[in-house]
Design a protein around this ligand. Structure first.
Ligand code: TXA
Ligand code: MG
Length: 330
């Protein structure tokens, strides 16, 4: 059991990067900022470290991890790129895009991290600290979001600490992340398929492809009964409070998660109100989403009512996460 560890928190900088690389090499667990959300990293080739990672998060081991690498050459050592995947990688990496691709023959990512699938999820993050850690460590780092499984993803080091203190070795504090929702996941199989909407808007991916992305049916099973995006369980992003979507009026006792400046009745009696973006900016709303859900949840309200949010740009990812939060934990 890796509970009761003394979790170190270091401000982002050269010393933290060196400590992170050292800890990863020694089989330890390091939380670090990426541009999307904080990740919890382990050496992708070290099954013991990966087993500790699943345990620290309380994550079921059938849910595979994303391998983070520093450059395209490193990505090509673990995954096979077809023409569409190569075009996406060239145009959109580094950035908030994960590609699910067939593994190469010599793929060094441990089977435990890919849940025994013959595909691997790969991403080159754009965050300076994440890139520095990958460069100094020198290998692939598997990193799920740095939260307890089933909680909303962390967008600050404090969120990470509140979930994982005592369970991991090191947290590198790089401040609040920029994007605020997890990477967009595209599976490059026969035709590129959207497996998870995320921090890179669909339109940017479709512009590079010159065609529409195929849509993965929600929570589908792939070949051999293995899920296509196994982590996309319906209740994955649940806060403690009930979440009610598309609210146009507040019921007594409900907290409000607002968007834009539209009026809503019952707001004067609401126990808490937070506005994702008063000016109706979806990028700003994405950056605020998980932190605001955590903050409203911490007030102990029974329900968080959410105003309607448009589905374009990052709105697709925001609405996806909110729908999952609304399903509630089973
Ligand atoms: O922005 C992000 O993607 C963050 C940062 C840290 O990079 N990471 C992240 O990881 O969100 P995680 O583990 O919370 O979500 C990864 C998703 C899961 O839904 C998992 O099931 C899916 O990727 N996934 C991983 N490998 C896969 C594979 N071979 N086939 C299909 N889905 C896969
Ligand atoms: Mg996650």
């Amino acid at each position: 059991m890796n509970i009761g560890l003394n979790t170190q928190i270091l401000p982002a900088g050269e010393a933290a990067v060196a400590a992170a690389a050292r800890t990863l090499s020694g089989g330890g667990l390091v939380a670090f900022p990426t541009e999307t959300v904080y990740g919890l990293g382990a050496d992708a080739t070290n099954p013991a470290a990966i087993a500790r990672l699943y345990q620290a998060k309380g994550r079921p081991a059938f849910n595979p991890l994303i391998a983070h690498v520093g450059d395209l050459a490193a990505a090509r050592r673990i995954a096979r790129f077809d023409a569409a995947a190569a075009a996406l990688a060239e145009a959109l990496w580094p950035g908030p895009l994960t590609l699910v691709l067939p593994k190469t023959q010599g793929c060094a990512v441990a089977d435990l991290a890919t849940a025994g699938l013959d595909t691997v999820a790969v991403r080159i993050p754009a965050h300076g600290i994440a890139r520095d850690i990958l460069r100094v460590f020198g290998g692939a780092v598997v990193a799920p979001s740095a939260n307890i499984s089933g909680h909303v993803s962390p967008t600050t080091a404090a969120h990470v600490a509140s979930d994982l203190s005592g369970r991991i070795d090191l947290i590198v504090d790089g401040g609040a992340v920029e994007v605020g929702v997890e990477s967009t996941i595209v599976g490059c199989f026969d035709a590129p398929m959207l497996l998870r909407p995320g921090g890179l808007p669909r339109a940017e991916i479709e512009r590079v492809l010159g065609r529409a992305l195929n849509q993965a049916p929600a929570d589908t099973e792939g070949d051999n009964g293995k899920p296509l995006a196994p982590g996309m369980l319906a209740s994955h992003y649940a806060p403690r409070a009930r979440v009610r979507l598309d609210a146009v009026a507040l019921e007594p006792g409900e907290a409000l998660l607002a968007f834009g400046l539209g009026a809503i009745s019952g707001i004067d009696a609401a126990p808490a109100v937070m506005n994702l973006s008063e000016r109706g900016d979806l990028d700003e709303a994405a950056a605020n989403l998980f932190g605001f859900l955590r903050a409203l949840d911490a007030k102990g309200v029974h329900t968080i009512a959410v105003m309607p949010i448009p589905d374009d740009g990052l709105g697709e990812a925001i609405n996806d996460r909110l729908r999952r939060a609304a399903v509630g934990r089973q």
